[in-house]
Ligand binder design. Structure first.
Ligand SMILES: Nc1ncnc2c1ncn2[C@@H]1O[C@H](COP(=O)(O)OP(=O)(O)OP(=O)(O)O)[C@@H](O)[C@H]1O
Length: 455
């Protein structure tokens, strides 16, 4: 079955509400299917596999209870596990709302329905579904990504670039903040290359003391220095035939930069204390979170080495700039760690989702993985709550005024202006801004602007 883009299935036994929702969501780009009971819902899912389902919990023959609603939800998820189900619950029915999340619902919405508010939830569900779909498209058996998960257009572009250059021997350098996935990408590059059966050796240039780095990389001969009682090969030799990943290349001392450059030019190594040159066939990949061009200008990084390692420079955006990836990655890490004795943990509360979205993640994906792993272990319930995540809002305020902030402020102002000119009509405002309605809803959410009161 292929998931259909822009199909919403509404499962609601109240005919009035069903028509209201159909009428509200109906537009040229969206197909709305409506049904009133569980059997018809399952038939519609089999036939159309909608991306998003809006579902009432009270369905016949148990319209006052929740048994049919939960059964329907579980059956949809076992038929089409990626469906984003938004459950409609009665006021004060928090217990069932949480149970729905535990069973795998994407979100819940408390009646009475305000279609404009429900729009936010629906467009977020579409957004996450689309990102996950992109990620699944990327992750085919022909495209092993070594565990890289993303749905963000810029990261997908990076992945495609990596796939393209993998078969060549181009030396590429990944530039990005710590924890953004540079090593994961370097590993993906290796796996996709013809060297995949050979070793992938990663070395963190910032973690090795300067006086040991040369012998670590190039190896040494017996008697090369005090304590060298036998010869040892270095990491370049260990990577022979495969890939050597030099992480934090910006921290490599100048003296060693010269030796690395010689290796990259001649493709031979000389062990410390040795006189013999040995040819080694290795692909070199680098990463850094430093601005190497600035270091070149300051004289702390050799320009000739920079040109060698930067045959291809690939920028990795920080997590805070990957709109939508936070949700996709959070769900990925939950699935990764909520196993065995933690399998009871099945989702995030609404508050937790909002906290994940709002947080800046200065430590990027690594920080998120650690925080979610910890939350899975620490939570007492079945759902991870905001407090379980231990996100420190202070780190969000550390941001300096930079181009991104300026751009966001301009975007926010333009949206407010468009809303005010269009009398808060979201469709008209979206048109004026040249974006789709779901995109505008995403932006409204991002900037915490209410369309009812855009001040
Ligand atoms: N897109 C991703 N999907 C899944 N896991 C990811 C992704 N990006 C990063 N990770 C995970 O986050 C952690 C940090 O990633 P990685 O080591 O690749 O970051 P890095 O940019 O190389 O960091 P550093 O500069 O500090 O070495 C790893 O455990 C990795 O598996």
């Amino acid at each position: 079955m292929v998931m259909q883009d822009n199909v919403i299935l509404i499962i609601e036994d109240d005919e009035g509400l069903r028509s209201q929702l159909r009428w509200h969501f109906d537009d040229e780009s969206t197909t709305i299917l409506t049904v009133g009971d569980r059997e018809s819902a399952l038939a519609a899912v089999r036939q159309h596999e909608p991306m998003v389902v809006i579902q009432d919990l009270g369905l016949p023959p148990d319209p006052e209870g929740v048994s049919q609603g939960f059964r329907c939800m579980s059956e949809i998820l076992s038929l089409a596990g990626h469906t984003k189900i938004i459950v409609l619950t009665g006021k004060g029915d928090r217990e069932n709302a949480l149970k729905a999340i535990e069973l795998g619902a994407f979100d819940f919405y408390t009646k009475p329905v305000d279609p404009m508010q429900l729009d936010h939830v629906v467009s977020r569900a579409f957004h996450v579904a689309e990102l996950e779909l992109e990620n699944r498209r990327l992750l085919t058996p022909q495209n092993p990504t070594g565990g890289l998960v993303t749905g963000h257009p810029d990261m997908l572009k990076v992945c495609r670039l990596v796939q393209k250059i993998a078969p060549s021997d181009v030396t590429c350098t990944f530039i990005g903040e710590s924890g953004t996935g540079k090593e994961v990408l370097a590993n993906m590059l290796h796996r996709l290359s013809e060297r995949s059966e050979q070793p992938f050796i990663a070395i963190n240039c910032a973690a090795i003391p300067e006086n040991l780095m040369e012998s670590e990389l190039f190896g040494y001969e017996k008697g090369a220095f005090t304590g060298a009682d036998k010869a040892r090969s270095g990491l370049i030799e260990a990577a022979a035939g495969g890939t050597l990943f030099l992480d934090e290349i910006g921290d490599m001392p100048l003296a060693l930069q010269a030796k690395l450059l010689r290796f990259l030019q001649e493709r031979t190594i000389e062990r410390v204390g040795g006189r013999k040159s040995t040819p080694i066939d290795v692909r070199v990949t680098c990463a850094t979170n430093k601005n190497i061009e600035q270091m070149v200008a300051a004289g702390t990084f050799r320009e000739d080495l920079y040109y060698r390692i930067a045959e291809m420079v690939i920028d990795i955006p920080p997590l805070r700039e990957r709109d939508g990836d936070k949700a996709v990655l959070a769900r990925h890490f939950l699935a990764k760690y909520a196993v065995d004795r933690y399998a009871r943990v099945t989702g995030f509360s609404q508050d937790a989702v909002a906290a994940i979205e709002d947080y800046d993640w200065p430590g990027n994906v690594r920080e998120m993985e650690n925080k979610i792993k910890k939350a899975v272990i620490l939570t007492d319930g079945k759902v991870i709550e905001r407090d379980d995540l231990g996100l420190d809002p202070a780190s969000n305020t550390m941001r300096l005024l930079n181009l991104r902030d300026v751009r966001q402020e301009a975007e926010r102002k333009a949206i407010m202006q468009a809303l005010s000119i269009s009398n808060n009509n979201v469709s008209a405002a979206a048109k004026a801004l040249g974006v789709t309605r779901p995109t505008l809803y995403d932006l409204l959410k991002k900037y915490h602007i209410s369309a009812d009161n855009p001040s």
